[in-house]
Design a protein around this ligand. Structure first.
Ligand SMILES: Cc1ncc(C[n+]2csc(CCOP(=O)(O)OP(=O)(O)O)c2C)c(N)n1
Ligand SMILES: CC(=O)[C@@H](O)[C@H](O)COP(=O)(O)O
Ligand SMILES: [Mg+2]
Length: 630
């Protein structure tokens, strides 16, 4: 099959199993080759090649609804639905998205990116289908990692009770990003080793009923016996007890096994859960043998060796600066405990885990639990450090407000991936956390300009015992500046002037500092004197310095790699209004009121106007002409 000729999955109906096997080989080769150039979620997609083919053979997408949980494993689905030729642009600006996208295809019936939403979406679609009297299959595909997400369990609870016709495909590869964790993972482990429960049950009934006269009575007795046998034969009665008909374990790389179970499930009334066993990274040795999670999401690599092609980086990964500093502090401070919701690898906490195995907790994809657990740890006088991506902290918002800040507990938030993240696109941009945190009483919120200030901020947070405190830092690598030997504490709410200036003051922080300084230096050559202030504390503001600037009656420009609505600039505007500076000229630069799609961070910064050139133009427009002539 020429993958580029695929327009839709209908061709699969006429394919023999051998042809499907050949197709699977072709798709694997395609993925390994293409992603060696573009990068992407190679491991997850290599694991679902046969499963995706089987689903599109048995079901009629888009009439039947395939819902991909997280959606990082939807590349095969995208190939089978006519998007092969777009893979050269995978996760690139205006290119093919790395997750399902409704504007890309009618087969993408639900958009994902954040984990554990598929079952709730499926239930919603089932409610609508049944109320409208329509008839089609609804098939969420959820991984064993995503199943540890709280909302997945909320949905299972509801679906099982409402008895909706939904066919849940549990794609169990024993991996989240890293090896999966949790009691549910252990239950699945017992299920994986169980024999095929349903075939044993049905074959036995069929045989018993064949015995003339007596058989019927024995069959009834056996029925009662069978139900009690269930408890022995299906250790994972977990799903049956929740109201699902459980099928499994099914070999997710065996078409016959997949077809039998999918066809059986399709004619079964009520909710069904098919427990499919797959191998993450199947077909590419480096990914298949990955025990850490390196091949979950990768950059470009050499196919032969599996060696990833490292981009020239300036400084260390921001996440590593944070975790190394935390390790240094943890050696002398036994109060410190690190928590991650399933992102040990991404947050560079492997070394912390090695050195302090009893003081690192990977709670699974459970951000709400992680946040309130941190509160519980702090309530007992310890110092929890919750390392959590900005975008995933959105899941724990109520826990931040209700459990951490309201009780004023000493939780430190390491808000990783703060700012534009790039290739993962709009579901992952870390551009809302200032807006959803700064208005919460008791929280301190800061962002370092470089890795040296970052290590001091981690220290400042650990030494701070007056309530919750958050450091936000970006994805990728720091600037490559020198690191002080000794850790310092930074006075809370203290900003610093980086460039002196008398015509206009730029207030900014974090990743925007370099372009603000560059703009100021270029404007200086044009005769304009632009102050650049490192407003490294977003809450509390440095009210003394801000008051001084306001008393100079010079224009103020705030710049942030964060949404404008409710961001840092809004905080400055509120202060100005509350302090009666009604004539103050303020302009704000930041991310506009829309979702920012995937692409390189530099390209996205350009798209939203966060560039040196745009800062220069904005400053020129803000400074009165006469002043410029002076
Ligand atoms: C709410 C949320 N938290 C964390 C993540 C990061 N994440 C993406 S995929 C993944 C692991 C998913 O494991 P699983 O569902 O088993 O899929 P697999 O990669 O094994 O196919 C995680 C933790 C996310 N996308 N959403
Ligand atoms: C699909 C998903 O949510 C994760 O795999 C995410 O893509 C990881 O992001 P980083 O690459 O920034 O760790
Ligand atoms: Mg998994």
């Amino acid at each position: 099959m020429d993958l580029y000729s695929i327009k839709n999955p209908s061709f699969l109906k006429s394919y023999s199993n051998q042809q499907l096997e050949d197709l699977a080989v072709e798709i694997r080769e395609f993925l390994i080759t293409k992603l060696s150039k573009t990068g992407g979620h190679l491991g997850p997609n290599l694991g679902v090649v046969e499963l995706t083919i089987a689903l599109h053979k048995i079901f009629e997408s888009p009439r039947d609804k395939l819902i991909w949980d997280v959606g990082h494993q939807s590349y095969v689905h995208k190939i089978l639905t006519g998007r092969t030729k777009q893979f050269d642009t995978l996760r690139q600006y205006k290119g093919l998205a790395g997750f399902p996208k409704r504007t890309e295809s009618e087969h993408d019936v639900w958009e994902t990116g954040h984990s554990s939403t598929s079952l709730s979406a499926a239930m919603g679609m089932a409610v609508a289908r049944d109320l409208k009297g329509e008839d089609y299959a609804i098939v969420p595909i959820i991984g064993d990692g995503a199943l540890t997400g709280g909302m997945a369990l909320e949905a299972l609870n509801h679906i099982g009770d409402e008895k909706k016709n939904i066919i849940v495909i549990l794609n169990d590869n024993e991996m989240s990003i890293a090896p999966n964790v949790g009691a549910l993972h252990n239950v699945l482990g017992r299920m994986r080793s169980a024999s095929k429960y349903h075939w044993v049950k049905d074959e036995m009934e069929w045989l018993l009923k064949k015995i003339p006269a007596v058989g019927g009575k024995i069959a009834n007795a056996a029925e009662r016996l069978k139900d009690s046998m269930k408890y022995f034969m299906v250790p994972g009665m977990f799903f049956e007890e929740l109201g699902f008909t459980y099928f499994g374990p099914v070999d997710g790389h065996n078409f016959e096994d997949l077809f039998e179970n999918l066809l059986y499930a399709r004619k079964t009334d009520g909710p069904v859960l098919i427990h499919v066993i797959t191998k993450k990274g199947k077909g590419y040795h480096p990914a298949e043998s990955d025990k850490v999670g390196t091949w979950h999401g990768v950059g470009p690599y050499k196919i032969e060796s599996g060696e990833t092609l490292k981009k020239a980086s300036t400084g260390p990964a921001w996440s590593k600066v944070v975790s190394d500093t935390l390790m240094k502090l943890a050696r002398d401070d036994e109060r410190i405990v690190a928590i991650t919701p399933a992102m040990t690898v991404g947050s560079k906490l492997e070394d912390f885990k090695k050195e302090f195995p009893d003081r690192l907790f990977d709670v699974g994809i459970a951000e709400q639990h992680a946040t309130t657990m941190a509160a519980g740890i702090a309530a007992q006088g310890m110092k929890p450090f919750l390392s959590i991506y900005s975008t995933f902290l959105q899941r724990g918002y109520d826990q931040v407000v209700h459990d951490v800040c309201r009780q004023n507990l000493n939780v430190t938030f390491g808000i990783d991936r703060a700012g534009l993240v790039g290739a993962d696109g709009e579901t992952h941009q870390g551009v809302f956390d200032i807006a959803f945190l700064r208005h919460v009483p008791n929280i301190v919120l800061m962002m370092p300009k470089d890795e040296n200030e970052c290590q001091h901020m981690v220290n400042t947070a650990i030494q701070y015992d007056d309530g919750p405190i958050a450091i936000r830092y970006p994805r990728g690598n720091a600037l490559g500046v020198n690191m002080d030997e000794e850790l310092k504490t930074i006075p809370l709410g203290s900003w610093e002037v980086l460039e002196e200036g008398t015509d206009l003051a730029i207030l900014t922080f974090g990743t925007m500092i370099p372009i603000a300084v560059k703009a100021s230096q270029q404007l200086k050559e044009m005769g304009l004197s632009i102050r650049v202030v490192n407003a490294r504390f977003i809450k509390p503001l440095d009210e003394v310095m801000l008051q001084q600037i306001l008393n100079e009656h010079i224009p103020i420009l705030t710049i942030e790699e964060h949404v404008l609505q409710g961001g840092f600039g809004s905080t400055v505007l509120e202060f100005i209004q509350e302090n009666g500076f009604y004539q103050q000229h303020v302009e704000r630069m930041g991310i506009p009121d829309r979702f920012i799609e995937h692409g390189s961070v530099n390209k996205l910064l350009e798209e939203v106007g966060l560039t040196t050139e745009n800062i220069i133009q904005t400053c020129i427009q803000m400074i009165p002409k006469k002043q410029q002539r002076a």
